[in-house]
Design a protein around this ligand. Structure first.
Ligand code: X2X
Length: 359
């Protein structure tokens, strides 16, 4: 008799879907990020969870797990763990999801956005444009609920050996790159000898000298004191690295529509903060907008003049001339040609049209 009741209840529940609205919320939702909480990426993720907690009156409690804890260092498996529900929420780089969602390689096409007159306008045109919609759809088709784009930043290059002005300078410099094939192709095309490695192993490897350099946004490598091992930084802006605020679709469906709205709004507010942190003192065309925004929300970070700060901590800052940049662009052209096909011509063309529209 009891069994029959349980069975009948089970049937009713299944009929309502696996996550009936009004189901008890979890005590804690887990949010995945790769770097430490002290980075702009980490600060943006933390702000998101704080806003959700505050605005839900403590009902929705999301905890940030930094330093790839939830993927045990295997950052390129992160999307699979979000999809299967091991991870509830994430603020992740497109790079780490790109092995499962090829469209996300778009942002890592070398000099795709920085080849435009204003690389930040180009990036915004993509994330807010037709290409951004296609990318959101690609993520949802593969099993992730997309909320919005944030920002890690444009990626620069550091090393312990010498100033990098032209591709030949990279010969013999052992660069760490993310374990995503496009990065290996780009650095090999430049004549470097790249090593794919999780971020969680990178600082120790720099310290031990098993690698000579790495590439990441300033705002991501500085908090980890990369300058203690790498004297040289080259600002080449070769790719812009947005983050994505995403949720497991089952978890998303378990929230009431009011709470979904609250979460989406918090993600957008946190993304605006993360984007401002990625640009303040770095985007030379930002005209003080990022700083104004950060003042407005009462969250001005310690460092707002990165050029001065990097010099202060002893780094040699190399800003490339257009001539020098052209050499990097030439050598990576075949990589772009090959990867356009993997990403999908339609998406690449949509992104080119989005960028052209703001030029
Ligand atoms: O691994 C990296 O370089 C990092 C932290 O930027 C990413 O997760 C893409």
């Amino acid at each position: 008799m009891k069994k029959a009741v349980v069975l009948a209840l089970a049937v009713v529940f299944l009929g309502l879907g696996a996550f009936p609205a009004g189901a008890a919320y979890k005590e804690e939702y887990k949010l995945d990020i790769v770097p430490s909480l002290s980075t702009g990426w980490g600060m943006g993720a933390q702000y998101f969870t704080d806003l959700v907690k505050e605005r839900s009156g403590g009902k929705i409690n999301i905890k940030v797990y930094a330093n790839s804890q939830l993927t045990t260092g295997k950052q390129t498996n992160a999307f699979m763990l979000l999809r299967n529900g091991t991870i509830d929420f994430a603020c992740q780089s497109t790079i780490n999801y790109s092995p499962q969602i090829p469209e996300l390689n778009l942002f890592a096409l070398p000099f795709f956005m920085s080849g435009q007159p204003d690389r930040y306008r180009a990036l915004d045109a993509i994330t807010n444009g037709r290409a951004g919609e296609l990318i959101a759809k690609a993520i949802e088709d593969k099993g992730g609920k997309f909320l919005c784009f944030g920002e890690n930043g444009f990626r620069e290059m550091t090393n312990s050996k010498k100033e990098i002005h032209v591709p030949e300078d990279l010969v013999g410099v052992k660069m760490r790159v993310v374990g995503s094939p496009l990065f290996l192709d780009t650095f090999r095309a430049l004549g470097s000898n790249p090593v794919a490695m999780p971020w969680s192993d990178t600082i120790a490897a720099l310290q031990q000298g098993t690698i000579d350099g790495q590439e990441n946004p300033i705002n991501t490598f500085y908090p980890l004191k990369v300058y203690e091992y790498n004297k040289y930084v080259t600002n080449w802006h070769y790719m812009g690295d947005p983050t994505m605020f995403v949720v497991n679709p089952g978890v998303w469906a378990s929230f009431s529509s009011e709470d979904q709205e609250l979460i989406l709004k918090a993600a957008k507010d946190a993304a605006a903060y993360q984007i401002a942190l990625a640009r303040v003192g770095i985007d030379e065309n930002d005209g003080g907008r990022s700083l104004e925004f950060l003042k407005g929300i009462g969250r001005v970070p310690e460092v707002v003049d990165w050029d001065a700060e990097l010099k202060k901590v002893g780094m040699v800052v190399t800003n490339l001339t257009p001539e020098e940049i052209r050499k990097f662009v030439e050598l990576t052209k075949p990589v772009v040609e090959t990867w356009r096909k993997t990403i999908g011509e339609d998406l690449v063309r949509a992104a080119e049209a989005d960028m052209a529209a703001v030029r």
